[in-house]
Design a protein around this ligand. Structure first.
Ligand code: SAH
Ligand code: SF4
Ligand code: F3S
Length: 449
C-alpha cells in the first residue's frame, strides 16, 4: 500500500455535499457517480440541503419547461447564498452543457458549471470555487463512460437499480437537444457492467435496468446489446433485467430472440414512436416509417405475445397537420400501448428543427392535440389493464404501497405496478398475485399461496 497516498489529507475534509437531480434516469445515475467521485475526495453526502456546504443541481434541457423549473430553483439558491455566504452552488448536467459559461456570466449565483463528461473534475472545480474563482468545465469526451466508478446508490429501496451502459447519442432527431448536451455515443466495457450487476445481486437487488439514450445500439468490441443482455441475465434467474430506451431502428430479431429465451428478461419494451405520420417522422429524422415501426411491433408480438409496449409521443411538431395528428392517434390504437409519455413539442435552440423549421403550431392547438392523445392513452391503458384481471402474475415486491402500510406494491414482468394486501413476504421477494381489479395506472390483486 502506498503510505503517502493513505496519509494525504483529503480535499473534501468532511464537507457536506447535497445533490438535487432533474431529468431522466441517466441523470439520476450520473448523480450517483458524482457522489462517488466526491466521496473519494473526502466530501460527505447529505440528504439535507440545510446542512450542505456544496449544492450541486443536476439539470435537464429536454424541454423548455424543464429548464424553467431549474431557473426557479436557481433564484432560490441565490437567496440561500445570501444567508450562507460560504455555500458553493454548482450547475451540472445537460443545462450546464447547453448554456456553458452563460450560467456564470448571467450572475445566477452559480460558482461551478460542469457538463456530463466533466464529473471527474468536480473536486477540482469545487476547490477553485472555494478559492474565489469560478469553476467551469463543459468539455465533452469521446471516451468517458465512468466505467470503473462504483456509483453510490442514492435510492434506498434496495430492490431495483439502474446501470448506465452507454452515454451520448448519435441519432440527431431534429427536435432533440441530447446529442448536443451529452455528446457522441460510446459504450462501456461489458465486464465492468456485469461486475456491477453481480454486486447488485449479491447485495440483495433483484432487478436491474440497463440504461442509455439508445441502449440497443450498444457495441463494445464484439459484444452487441443482445449479447450483453444475455450476459446480465445469466447472473441469476432470480435477477430481473430491463432496459431503456430503445430506438425502433435497433430492435433486431436477435434482441427479441434473446429476450424471449430468458424468463428473467422482462417482457416490456419502451419503443418511442414520437409520431404516427410518415411526413413528421421524416422531418423528425427518426429514420423509420410508420409501416416499418408497425412491422417491428408485429415482430415483438411474434417472439413475445405477452410483451407490453410503451412509447413516447410528441404533439404539435413543426408543420403537423390535423391529418398527421390523426395518424398518431391511429398508430396508438393500432399498437395498443400499455402506457405512454406524451409531450408538446418544445423548440430547443440550436437543434436542426429550430434552425430549419418553423414552430408554427399554436400553444393552444398543441394543448388540444396533446389532450386528445392523453385521453386516448388513458382509454388504452385501462383496456390493457382490464385484460390483466383474472391472471396470476409474478410480482417482485418493491415495498409498501404509497396509500397504506397494510399494502405492498411491486411490478409484473410487463412493468405494471400491482398493489396487494401484505403477506409474510417483503421487499425483494417474488410472489404470485391474482389480479382482481385495476385503474388506468395500477393493478390490484391478492397474493396466491
Ligand atoms: N433517447 C430516448 C429519449 C430521450 S428524451 C429516445 O430516443 O427514445 C425522452 C423523450 O422526450 C423523447 O422520446 C421525446 O418524446 C421527448 N422529447 C425530446 N425532445 C423534445 C422536444 N424538443 N420537445 C418535446 N418533446 C421532446
Ligand atoms: Fe434525442 Fe433521438 Fe437521441 Fe433519443 S434518439 S436522445 S430523441 S436524438
Ligand atoms: Fe434531460 Fe439530459 Fe436526460 S436533457 S432527459 S437530463 S439526457
Amino acid at each position: 500500500m502506498n503510505l503517502k497516498s493513505t496519509l494525504r489529507p483529503l480535499a473534501g475534509d468532511g464537507q457536506r455535499l447535497f445533490v438535487e437531480t432533474y431529468g431522466c434516469q441517466m441523470n439520476a445515475g450520473d448523480s450517483e457517480i458524482v457522489v462517488s467521485i466526491m466521496q473519494q475526495e473526502g466530501y460527505r453526502y447529505t440528504e439535507s440541503i440545510d446542512e450542505a456546504d456544496i449544492i450541486l443541481i443536476n439539470t435537464c434541457s429536454i424541454r423548455d419547461n424543464a429548464e424553467q423549473r431549474i431557473w426557479g430553483r436557481l433564484s432560490e439558491m441565490r437567496r440561500l447564498r445570501k444567508q450562507r455566504p460560504a455555500l458553493i452552488v454548482g450547475i451540472i448536467g445537460c443545462m450546464a452543457e447547453r448554456l456553458k459559461a452563460q450560467l456564470i456570466e448571467k450572475d445566477c449565483g452559480v460558482d461551478i458549471v460542469a457538463g456530463p463528461d466533466a464529473y471527474r473534475d468536480l473536486p477540482n472545480l469545487v476547490r477553485r470555487a472555494q478559492g474565489g474563482d469560478k469553476g467551469v468545465n463543459v468539455e465533452l469526451s469521446k471516451e468517458e463512460t465512468y466505467a470503473e466508478i462504483a456509483p453510490v446508490r442514492l435510492d434506498k429501496s434496495g430492490v431495483s437499480a439502474f446501470i448506465a451502459i452507454m452515454r451520448g447519442c448519435n441519432n440527431y432527431c431534429s427536435y432533440c437537444v441530447v446529442p448536443y448536451t451529452r455528446g457522441i455515443e460510446r459504450s462501456r466495457d461489458p465486464q465492468t457492467i456485469v461486475a456491477e450487476a453481480r454486486i447488485l445481486f449479491e447485495n440483495g437487488y433483484r432487478e436491474v435496468t440497463l440504461l442509455g439514450q439508445n441502449v440497443n445500439s450498444y457495441k463494445f468490441g464484439e459484444v452487441g446489446f443482445p449479447d450483453l443482455m444475455a450476459m446480465v441475465a445469466e447472473i441469476s434467474p432470480e435477477f430481473r433485467v430491463r432496459f431503456a430506451t430503445s430506438h425502433p431502428k435497433d430492435i433486431s430479431d436477435r434482441l427479441l430472440e434473446v429476450m424471449a429465451r430468458y424468463d428473467n428478461i422482462c417482457k416490456s419494451i419502451h419503443l418511442p414512436a414520437q409520431s404516427g405520420s410518415n411526413e413528421m417522422l421524416k422531418k423528425m429524422n427518426r429514420k423509420y416509417t410508420r409501416e416499418w415501426y408497425l412491422e417491428r411491433i408485429a415482430a415483438i408480438r411474434r417472439y413475445m405475445p405477452d410483451c407490453s409496449i410503451t412509447t413516447d409521443l410528441i404533439a404539435g411538431f413543426c408543420g403537423e397537420t390535423e391529418e398527421d395528428h390523426r395518424q398518431t392517434l391511429s398508430l396508438m390504437r393500432e399498437v395498443g400501448y400499455a402506457s405512454a409519455f406524451m409531450f408538446k413539442y418544445s423548440e430547443r435552440p440550436g437543434t436542426f428543427s429550430a434552425r430549419h423549421f418553423e414552430d408554427d403550431i399554436t400553444e393552444q392547438e398543441k394543448t388540444r392535440r396533446l389532450n386528445e392523445i392523453i385521453a386516448l392513452q388513458n382509454e388504452l391503458s385501462l383496456q390493457h389493464n382490464r385484460q390483466e384481471i383474472g391472471k396470476v402474475r409474478e410480482v417482485l415486491i418493491e415495498g409498501e404501497s404509497k396509500r397504506s402500510a397494510e399494502q405492498l406494491c411491486g411490478r409484473t414482468t410487463q412493468n405494471k405496478m400491482v398493489v396487494f394486501d401484505r403477506g409474510e413476504e417483503g421487499a425483494g421477494e417474488y410472489v404470485k398475485v391474482l389480479i382482481t381489479d385495476c385503474s388506468s395506472a395500477t393493478l390490484f390483486g391478492k397474493i396466491q399461496k
